[in-house]
Design a protein around this ligand. Sequence first.
Ligand code: PSV
Ligand code: MN
Length: 403
Amino acid sequence: MGARRVDEERVAQRLDRFRIETPSWGYADTGTRFGKFLQDAAATNWRERLDDAAQVHALTGCCPTVAVHVLWDFPGGTEPREVGEYAAARGVRIGSINPNLFQDACYKWGSLTNRDPAIRRRAIQHVRDSIEIGRVVGSDVLSLWLADGTNYPGQAHLRQRKRWLAEGLREIHEAMPPSMRLLIEYKPFEPAFYHTDIADWGMAAALARAAGPRAGVLVDTGHHLPGANIEHIVAFLIDEQLLGGFHFNDRKYADDDLTMGSIDPYQLFRIFFEIAAAEHERGGAGSAAADVPIEYMIDQSHNLKPKIQAMIQTVMTAQEYFARALRVDFEALEAARSAEDLVASERVLRDAFERDVRPFLCEYRQRRGLPADPLAAFRASGYEQRVAAARAANKPRSAGQYA
Ligand code: PSV
Ligand code: MN
């Protein structure tokens, strides 16, 4: 085998372990604050969302789990067991459990940071119930995002809220079974516009440390202020063993939920490069022991693109840029770095970024009995047209009714 083949084999082995979780909410009709444009083919209930996620997995082979949102995917009295069984019958599993501490009117002034101890208790109880859902459906990931924050200076006692938050997270961590990981997501603004209680990765990291050893930070790529160096955050968290997972998406301005890599593919490459570099130092892409334990998840809400197509496009993009990053010539990079040759160092990265790995990925998929181009296969399958015909009947035609 030539050196190139050996390299490709090593990348292929790593990609076999690269699992990407898709979010149930990415298959449903979603909107902006100004209205919703409904899509005939978008899923209208949890069963249809799982059907669609199963399609994505069937064509890509790398999306075996589906993230669920507790209020959205287990509506009034839905048995978690039923949801888990439905998923299994379609060849997927329930992945991260996302408690919902932001929709109930009682959380107007916060959930885990609410000054009212009864509301804080209620929030913790909801998370305990979510942990139980995880146990029933066989999920080991609890993914927590809080909308807690304030809109005006002076509105709240920031340090007090920080302590309540740490207390609550400790209790949640204690309530988890030993196999479960807690992911703590940060976001600098929205829906709160003055401060959010977990505004950035540093706060999330401090809170994860306070919560316990199975807590880590969840990096949603859309949750940074413009100019933030996300790959540096990623590298730092990996080194602190605090990188729990990703919510992938792309953005131009804020939390835009655009498909991954659509705006800044080089940033995506740089993120994957930091992961590949860490794994290279841990023993290389061929060995599972070298993998950094990261939950790779998508968090996108496609307002205009057809949902399943957008998801498959994202999954293919993720594989592409990880494959590019895995093929960085780390020896050449080290040589250039030790000579302080920044032109050569940057060039090593650019060479890998610009290498077209698509033919390799086509062959990789075909060898695994998958379509070479899952997006083309999906578009040709007629699935979207079939479900559109069945689902459109359940939707009002006027988006205004949903505003
Ligand atoms: C919040 O903006 C967020 O990124 C959280 O992950 C939520 O769970 C998700 O979006 C819901 O859309
Ligand atoms: Mn998110």
